[in-house]
Design a binder for this molecule. Structure first.
Ligand code: DQA
Length: 144
């Protein structure tokens, strides 16, 4: 089974970007960890990043055709995007798990609201890059 791991804006800057919040790993490091965890779980991981909202919409539609589930870190679009909410609903019942590296609830008020969460199967946040691995484990169980 193929799992799409989709990453939104500014996540290409991981490693340099606010390391006190997001840690020192780059997105390439996180991809390597996801590829390893995916292989151990018997899942094929298709890992992508875009800074463009419409690209993420297109990839969710593509997941609806090709994937068994999606782990989705929408970055700041989490807090703003009706289009991403609608795209997740459009591919229902494909399980989409919202992922965050940081604990968004322990941060600024504007990060407490998620437009994605009401359309998602579940939310994993606050475990650093390990949040992605937890999402892959959850998707393995959900798609068994
Ligand atoms: C994030 C949290 C978001 O609030 C923020 O805009 C990000 C990263 C996280 O993984 O912790 O870009 O999604």
């Amino acid at each position: 089974k193929t799992i799409f791991v989709l990453n939104g804006p500014n996540l290409n800057m991981l490693g340099k970007r606010e390391p006190g919040i997001y840690g020192g790993k780059t997105l390439a490091d996180i991809e390597a960890d996801c590829q390893k965890a995916g292989a151990d779980l018997g899942l094929t991981v298709d890992f992508r990043q875009s800074n463009h909202e419409g690209m993420l919409v297109d990839w969710l539609h593509e997941a609806g055709e090709k994937a068994a589930g999606v782990a989705f870190n929408a970055g700041a679009y989490t807090h703003t995007s009706v289009a991403l909410h609608d795209a997740i609903r459009a591919i229902s019942p494909l399980p989409v798990i919202e992922v965050h590296i940081s604990n968004v609830h322990a941060r600024e008020e504007f990060r407490h609201k998620s437009m994605i969460a009401p359309a998602a199967k579940g939310v994993i946040c606050g475990f650093g890059p390990h949040s992605y691995i937890l999402a892959l484990q959850a998707l393995k169980t959900l798609t068994q």
